[in-house]
Design a protein around this ligand. Structure first.
Ligand code: NAD
Ligand code: UDP
Length: 342
């Protein structure tokens, strides 16, 4: 039987690359589409080593309708997994126009191209950032949606657009997956997160401190109403997240519908707890300094993953120590793999 081709926008990125591996393992043929604005092209070679030569790769921007039309004309795409976008909360506060342009306009262009090509199955990468700070965690999918930064608002806008397209019969089967905080790397150490410039996210920054690239970690605030004063997040292994995409895709094969699921472990860890787990897993000491809160951050965020467990058959398998161990394994491989740090 011919493998189903799945267009993975942002497929060269952190979550996208791991999702391509999980898709290939599940018997799909990923078609990776990326403009490499936040990924290193060398990931393709490493992905090919993990997946084999069936991986399809195309360079381009999701805001380029002509390119997307051509792709859909050339390849019979069964479904789209849409991950391309920008994701840094703090940056989104400083550059809202970029966030709305890449995330919202980019999604609109992609959806237009899908409609023209008659591709009606979609898995969209949404975020826990859609919940905001008025709801007390654990967040259920039907909780108040009140994002407090442009990044979260851009994701919520796309979720709403997708819902409208489902009700207009443009999309037949669509899932918005609200990711919590993916960390870790593929256990092989071949792929992982390679942020461009100074890392915005906690784990990539922390790993660069552990590797001696940066002197210390800056903790953004220790005056939050949490047990130790530092902000709490629901960290989830990127391979567990990748598997969530496979199950979401299988859901689109089984029935028509429009669903939203949290993908998180259902437990929160503070910044200090993450540092502790990382030190245990890596044997490295992490110097840090507490500075002021980062604009746009909520105090605490963790998921209620019950719906994904019951309706997708998904659950997280890795604990925080394993996630940290795989992150560190990846960081230790970076130089030998000649991955470019921009
Ligand atoms: P990433 O930056 O590693 O991957 C995104 C990829 O999209 C990159 O390879 C980048 O080059 C590509 N890209 C960006 N703009 C593009 C464009 N206009 N056209 C084509 N390609 C483009 O980020 P990630 O962590 O893998 O996140 C993937 C998706 O998941 C994003 O939409 C993000 O908002 C969402 N998400 C991420 C997290 C997280 O903590 N990593 C949490 C929740 C949601
Ligand atoms: N954080 C931090 N120092 C950093 C990066 C992040 O203290 O250099 C904190 C941040 O304030 C948040 C948590 O770590 O409470 C996770 O941040 P990240 O940017 O990784 O994910 P977010 O939850 O913002 O999407």
């Amino acid at each position: 039987m011919q493998q189903k081709i799945i267009l993975v926008t942002g497929g060269a990125g952190y979550i996208g690359s791991h999702t391509c591996v999980a898709l290939a393992q599940a018997g799909y043929r990923p078609l990776l589409f990326d403009n490499f604005s936040n990924s290193d092209p060398s990931v393709i070679e490493r992905l090919t080593q993990l997946i084999g030569p069936s991986l399809l790769v195309l360079r381009g921007d999701i805001r380029d309708l002509a390119t997307l039309k051509e792709i859909f004309q050339t390849y019979p795409c069964y479904a789209v997994i849409h991950l391309a976008g920008v994701k840094a909360v703090g940056e989104s506060v400083a550059k809202p126009l970029d966030y709305y342009d890449i995330n919202v306009t980019g999604s609109l262009v992609l959806l237009k191209a899908m409609k023209q090509a008659g591709v009606s199955r979609l898995v969209f990468s949404s975020s826990a950032a859609v919940y905001g700070e008025k709801t007390i965690p654990p967040f259920q999918e039907q909780a108040l949606l009140d994002p407090i930064n442009p990044y979260g608002r851009s994701k919520l806008m796309i979720e709403k657009i997708i819902n409208d397209l489902y009700h207009a019969n443009t999309l037949q089967s669509v899932l918005s997956l609200r990711y919590f905080n993916p960390i870790g790397a593929h256990p092989s150490g071949f792929i992982g997160e390679t942020p461009t410039g100074t890392p915005n996210n906690l784990l990539p920054y922390l790993m660069q401190v552990a590797a001696g690239i940066r002197k210390k970690l800056f903790i953004f605030g220790n005056d939050y109403p949490t047990a130790d004063g530092t902000a709490v997040r629901d960290y989830i292994h990127v391979m567990d997240l990748a598997q969530g995409h496979v199950l979401a895709l299988q859901k689109t094969e089984q029935r028509e519908g429009c669903w939203t699921f949290n993908l998180g472990r259902g437990r929160g860890s503070s910044v200090l707890e993450v540092i502790d787990a990382f030190e245990q897993a890596s044997g490295q000491n992490i110097p840090y300094e507490v500075i002021q809160r980062r604009p746009g951050d909520v105090a605490a965020s963790w998921a209620d993953p019950t719906a994904a467990q019951q309706q997708l058959g998904w659950s997280a398998t890795y604990n925080l120590e394993m996630m940290c161990a795989h992150s560190w394994h990846w960081q230790c491989h970076l130089d030998s793999l000649k991955v470019q740090r921009k």
